[in-house]
Design a protein around this ligand. Structure first.
Ligand SMILES: [Zn+2]
Ligand SMILES: [Zn+2]
Length: 301
């Protein structure tokens, strides 16, 4: 095991009984090992989407059928504020491959001065979680994989212009960097990408990469153009970034997120990836879902 859980828990004290078939598949085990690859969830934060992105959750998933929400409110009440805004979890994942390398997948929301501060519950506690639950210091991280360059995933890898994980290579898709360069309003280029590049710590990919035995990086575009996911043991476990953001998308993968860059591509990617996981009776690991790992099984008519 990488370690044991510290006193902080990502989960609320009382988790309501799950009622729907899909949500009943969720559980709160925080690590899994497959083929010698260990994956541990690390809770960076839990809190509402607020500030510049604050809006009722129904507006965040505009093509969701209205009748889906009442059941979700009953099954997962901790996902809703009294004002019907969305309470997100922000999970990062630590993967230790068979050679003992420590691979951190996403870096959370970062410090109080992070680019995520205008909407997310900063500061994140990823570094505490890394120490408490895995017994690791930032210098122990060998590889950082950024699923994409949104502030809640990349905000934690640079502080005050310096890489937080000083010995790590940082892997991102070139398509993601190119998209960001076209997006004048994004602060991530200057606050994250440029410092990593200056430090010689940024590796950009053009497509898939076998990161280690049984561990593959695969492009999963749509939420952002260069979004990538981590596939372990042929979809028996997938760290899916923001391919899936909310349980409502497990009920219907065609439900898109308001801030998806290309909603149609995102829906296609989500449907395909979820089907792959279901075929393998696999585990979905997604940062914003209320439970870090979710078992998925084939649909039976
Ligand atoms: Zn995102
Ligand atoms: Zn996100």
């Amino acid at each position: 095991m990488l370690g044991h859980r510290g006193p902080f828990s990502c989960m609320p004290d009382s988790v309501p009984a799950c009622r729907s078939g899909i949500l009943a598949a969720m559980h709160d085990i925080t690590s899994h090992t497959l083929r010698g690859v260990e994956v541990l969830s690390l809770c960076d934060a839990v809190g509402p989407m607020a500030g510049s992105l604050g809006a009722p959750v129904t507006e965040k998933f505009p093509n969701a059928a209205p009748e889906l929400w009442p059941d979700l409110r009953i099954a997962e009440p901790t996902l809703f504020t009294s004002g019907d805004h969305w309470i997100l979890h922000f999970h990062c994942f630590l993967l230790r491959d068979a050679t003992g390398r420590n691979v951190l997948v996403d870096t959370g929301i970062g410090t109080a001065s992070s680019p995520a501060a205008d909407w997310a519950p900063v500061p994140g506690r990823l570094l505490d979680a890394l120490a408490d639950e895995a017994g690791l210091a930032p210098s122990d991280i060998d590889v950082v994989v950024l699923t994409h360059l949104h502030s809640d995933h990349a905000g934690g890898c640079v502080t005050d212009g310096e890489p937080v994980f000083p010995n790590a290579r940082h892997i991102v898709q070139q398509a993601e960097v190119d998209w960001l360069a076209r997006t004048a309003s994004s602060p991530i280029l200057g606050s994250v990408v440029d410092p990593l590049r200056r430090a010689g710590a940024l590796d950009t990919l053009h497509g898939p990469l076998r990161l280690a035995e049984f561990v593959d990086l695969v492009p999963t575009p749509g939420h952002t153009p260069g979004h990538q996911s981590i596939v372990v043991d042929d979809h028996r476990l997938v760290i899916a970034g923001d391919v899936v953001l909310h349980p409502v998308q497990l009920i219907d993968p065609s439900i898109h997120y308001l801030h998806d860059e290309n909603p149609q591509t995102a829906a296609t990617t989500r449907t395909t990836l979820l089907n792959e996981i279901r075929t393998r009776n696999g585990l979905l690991a997604a940062p914003h879902l209320p439970h870090p790992f979710i078992e998925l099984h084939p649909h039976h008519p």
